[in-house]
Structures are given as C-alpha cells and as structure tokens.
Design a protein around this ligand. Structure first.
Ligand SMILES: [Fe+2]
Length: 234
C-alpha cells in the first residue's frame, strides 16, 4: 500500500509555541531539544473512534444533570466540526468542561474562594451529526483568578476536546466569548501570536442560535488541522 498523503503542517504563529514564557507553565513542559519531524504514515492518519455507543442524547445538557437547574446565564453553544478542507466531520465525539457561573471548577485542586453550585458538574459531551454539527446547553462560565502572574484572571472560557478521525486530528482547545475585556491580557489566548488564528478561539454571538425567552446562542466552529485550524491550547 502506498504511503497516505499527510496532513498540512501548521503555518507559524497559528498554533502556540511550546515555549511561551508569559504563560509560565510552558517553561516547565516545553521540549528542550530540537524537534524531530515525523512523517504522517498510516499510523498517524488513522485512529480509534470514540463515543459510538456510550454518548446519550442528554449528555449535551449541562443544566439537567442534577435535581435543580444550575445558577447562571443559560447559553447554547453550537457549531460545526470541519476538516482541513472545510468538510464536515460527522459522528465525532466533542467533549467540554468548564467552571460554574462564579468561576469555580468542581475539582479538589480548585480552591478559589467562590461558591460551588450543587447543581452544576461542568462537563458534557456530544456527537456531531451527519453535517458535523454539535450543540450544548450550559451556563456561561465566570472569570477566575490564576497564579500565573500578579492579578491574573482567565477570561471566561469553555474547554473543548476532540479526537476527529485520526491521531493527527486530536484537538484540545478553549472557546472564549466575544468582547471579553480580559482577552487582551490573557497569556494563554495571546500564546497564539497570529491575530487571525487567535480569533478562531472566540465564539460568535448568533441571534439565530438564540432561543426566545430561554437562552443566548454562541456559535463555535472547530477546524481540525489545516490552514484554518483551531489552535491547540491546553
Ligand atoms: Fe479553565
């Protein structure tokens, strides 16, 4: 069998460098030796499929996991997952996790002095449909302080994880909200130095996704690899 055609390599600046000193933890984890370029063979352009049998249709509703509704502003987050040529990635697993409306995660390491919400766990998952579409119902996450630098605050964000069709389409990223005043100050957001690529992490307010008397809608399209790829941000 002939070698498969590999994925396009990222354009410099459109993905964060492994070392970006303003984001301090990159100093601990960045490679210290030159990288070795690995060709994309069958092992890289294929991969396992996740979520085929285990995702229930209600796993995408983060507001319905407990006895009562969580506190916060309900939002709909929806979009399409696309490949490097703009084609839909159907039937692929999309996972997300986030803090609650006060800016606190339900995790023992998070000791931020903000209240936990007994009705919000902060994690959900969905499969894309035949057109690559996914949809979540959740609440808008709050900003929270972090120890990266003096008076550092993370802009409101939702973490996303996708696998796509192969090992090389694995993506972990963060979705932000338009107009957030903390974005220009955020080292993680700014670790993507190319402004156009950086904006790919910012969702778009979409009145068409908004449901009257119920929830605002934000559109977040996710591109796995290629020139328009959504940045990989942990
Ligand atoms: Fe976070």
């Amino acid at each position: 069998m002939a070698d498969p055609i590999g994925y396009r390599r990222a354009v410099p600046g459109t993905q964060p460098d492994y070392l970006y000193p303003p984001y301090r933890s990159t100093e601990k984890r960045a490679p210290t030796k030159p990288l070795i370029r690995i060709p994309h063979t069958l092992s890289e352009v294929t991969g396992p499929m996740f979520g085929q049998d285990k995702v229930s249709p209600t796993d995408n509703d983060l507001t319905g996991q407990h006895a009562a509704a969580p506190i916060g502003e309900r939002i709909i987050v929806s979009g399409r997952v696309l490949d490097e040529d703009g084609r839909a990635v159907p039937h692929t697993l999309v996972e997300l996790w986030q803090c609650n409306a006060t800016g606190r995660y339900r995790h023992e390491i998070d000791q931020h002095d903000a209240p936990l919400d007994p009705n919000f766990s902060g994690a959900g998952r969905a499969m894309t449909d035949a057109a690559g579409r996914y949809r979540f119902l959740t609440i808008k996450p709050g900003a929270y302080p972090w120890g990266n630098h003096a008076n550092g605050w993370r802009p409101a964000h939702i973490h996303f994880s996708l696998f796509g069709p192969s090992f090389m389409t694995r993506l972990v990223t963060q979705m932000y909200f338009p107009g957030d005043p903390l974005l220009p100050l955020d080292p993680i957001f700014n670790s993507v130095t190319e402004p156009v690529a950086r904006e790919r992490m910012v969702s778009v307010f979409d009145i068409a996704l908004t449901e009257q008397d119920f929830a605002l809608g934000y559109r977040f399209d996710i591109v796995l690899r290629g020139r328009g790829a959504t940045p990989m941000v942990g």
